[in-house]
Design a binder for this molecule. Structure first.
Ligand code: ADP
Length: 196
């Protein structure tokens, strides 16, 4: 099944996606991680993405769609993936839907992690101190939150209209508890099949 883990920057998407991937054996596809790896390699793509990411803005849709298209074409993605950080705009969601429907597939589930904005700020500023991610500074963070509300939140509406199953998860509790919640949703009878 194609699962999208959705939520604001700092909502814990990456952490949860990794744990759920490890438990279920489903590949974790993080566009943020793919881009950071390209930046670290100093590839042409990385050089293009680096200043955009640093400012908190979004990398162009066409680039992201190409990245996802080639990742989903890899053999390990055949049985499903957990998408983290994609789609981040409605055009990305539309491109994903088209890409999947060519193979008779569709997004099966959206896990929507909800976290209070004050808690998000505190988490990201703490992560900045630990990991030194260059986009975890107050200015870029403010921009990422604006972009999230303006460009990314409408993606949920897109899938609501499409009738895709959407599960809201409270992302505020401790990490283990959130993971437990998600695994419960995935293990529930309705979790095995897209609800449509
Ligand atoms: P977070 O969710 O904490 O903001 P990510 O690791 O998902 O962090 O993404 C970091 C940055 O990478 C984003 O702010 C953006 O610049 C870029 N990025 C990641 N995924 C996408 C995407 N699907 N479309 C456009 N830009 C993206």
């Amino acid at each position: 099944m194609i699962v999208i883990i959705f939520g604001a920057p700092g909502s814990g998407k990456g952490t949860q996606a990794e744990r759920v991937a490890a438990t279920t054996g489903t590949p974790h596809v993080s566009t943020g991680a793919i881009l950071r790896a390209e930046v670290a390699r100093g590839s042409a793509l990385g050089r293009e993405a680096q200043p955009i990411m640093q400012s908190g803005a979004l990398v162009p849709d066409d680039l992201m769609v190409r990245i996802i298209e080639s990742r989903l074409a890899e053999p390990d993605a055949e049985r499903g993936v957990i998408l983290d950080g994609f789609p981040r705009t409605v055009p990305q969601a539309e491109a994903l839907d088209r890409m999947l429907s060519r193979n008779g597939r569709a997004v099966g589930l959206i896990l929507y992690l909800e976290v209070d904005p004050d808690l998000i700020r505190a988490r990201i500023l703490r992560r900045a101190a630990i990991d030194g991610r260059s986009d975890d500074n107050p200015d870029a963070l403010a921009e990422r939150m604006r972009v999230y509300q303006r460009d990314t939140e409408p993606v949920v509406e897109h899938y609501r209209t499409a009738g895709t199953r959407i599960e809201r998860i409270d992302g505020s509790p401790p990490i283990d508890q959130v993971t437990g919640q998600i695994l419960t949703v995935l293990g529930s009878p309705a979790g095995a099949e897209p609800d449509r």
